[in-house]
Design a binder for this molecule. Structure first.
Ligand SMILES: Nc1ncnc2c1ncn2[C@@H]1O[C@H](COP(=O)(O)OP(=O)(O)OP(=O)(O)O)[C@@H](O)[C@H]1O
Ligand SMILES: [Mg+2]
Length: 330
């Protein structure tokens, strides 16, 4: 298994504050790693170090076998970064933005224009190619920014919260684009605050909080570690719960529970939606009268609550970057 990204013992201090506290992370080539964490967890700090924009206090990062601290220029050739805030020129059209990036990579006029056209089409922006990027919606701007990161076909693409702030449509578009990248064999490091997003896109997830890795695994493993999906079935009032509990025991993991007060039976299940359909079919066969059924999928907040005993919804103020403390690698 070759590693596209290897992060080892990463520590970063801002002044006296240790914002990364020994992060280790390995991403096999051609896979998607979701770096999941709440505000201030250290996601952006990590991806800025990986993409050579920031020097760590200690630790090492290799991208495609290249030591990014020793050889940042060579590492940058293997990397595409789409940052948390889109970095595009609002006064240029979408086409001009991409052509400019391609020219900066040393492509000829013709090759740069061709690549710009290709990417605009791949990201579903051809209809807006001639429009000033300043008029783009948030989702379009993020996709244009991602297109910029893909100009030189980097084998490793880093996306910092690619869908934060997008509406559901914009999020779906972005997910489609990322899915296509992955199908092409690109290795992706993606930060997100949404378990749902990591669930959908990532092969493996690393959860960080306060600069520390607090859990890793596939989405299913993480959810199972905190009890998996919960299937709740509401029975008709006053009905004997026994037949329902027998059916639920057959589709779930462990013993179902029942609450007389609410007439609800609850069981932990592995694959929530599919199991719910199966459970409802069997309940119907058993003559059980079901009033309501719902699957509760664990959210990032559930994972956090379980892992740290506190909610992820902490508001951590993010100070403006202090240029004195930023060491840009050259
Ligand atoms: N330039 C800086 N100077 C001082 N502290 C900083 C600086 N940049 C980030 N921090 C602090 O480092 C910690 C980690 O920040 P980081 O931006 O990496 O978090 P994040 O996980 O990306 O959060 P978000 O989800 O809000 O983007 C935070 O406590 C933040 O306040
Ligand atoms: Mg961030």
């Amino acid at each position: 298994m070759s590693l596209a990204v290897e992060i080892s013992g990463l520590v970063k201090y801002y002044g006296k504050v240790r914002v990364l506290d020994g992060v280790d992370l390995e991403i096999p080539s051609g896979t998607v790693m979701g770096l999941l964490g709440p505000n201030g967890a250290g996601k952006t700090t990590t991806v800025r170090i990986v993409t050579t924009l920031l020097a760590p206090s200690s630790g090492s990062v290799h991208v495609a076998g290249i030591d990014v601290l020793k050889d940042p220029a060579r590492a940058r050739n293997r990397l595409g970064l789409s940052g948390q805030y889109a970095a595009i020129d609002a006064n240029l059209t979408g086409f001009e933005n991409l052509r400019m990036v391609a020219r900066l990579y040393g492509m000829s006029h013709k090759a740069a224009a061709d690549r710009a056209d290709q990417l605009l089409e791949a990201l579903g922006l051809q209809h807006a190619a001639g429009r000033r990027a300043g008029t783009y919606s948030g989702g379009m701007a993020r996709r244009l920014d991602l297109a910029g990161a893909l100009v030189c076909r980097p084998p490793v693409v880093v996306l910092d919260e690619p869908t934060t702030g997008l509406d559901p449509r914009g999020r779906l578009d972005m997910w489609r684009v990322i899915g296509e990248l992955v199908d092409d064999g690109t290795t992706v490091l993606l930060t997100t605050q949404y378990l749902e997003e990591a669930d959908l896109l990532a092969d493996r997830i690393t959860v960080i909080d306060r600069g520390r890795v607090i859990a890793r695994g596939s989405a299913d493993e993480l959810k199972m570690s905190i009890g998996g999906d919960k299937l709740t079935v509401t029975l008709a009032a006053g009905q004997d719960p026994k037949p329902a509990l027998t059916v639920l025991a057959g589709v779930g993991i462990g013993e179902p529970s029942h609450d007389d007060g609410t007439d609800q039976a609850v069981v932990v299940v592995a694959d929530g939606t599919r199991t719910m359909v199966e459970a409802l079919r069997r309940l119907d066969d058993a003559g059980v009268c079901v009033v309501d059924a719902a699957v509760h999928r664990p959210s990032l907040d559930d994972v956090f609550l379980s892992l740290t005993g506190k909610s992820a919804e902490r508001k951590v103020p993010v100070p403006a970057p202090d240029p004195v403390q930023e060491e840009i690698l050259s």
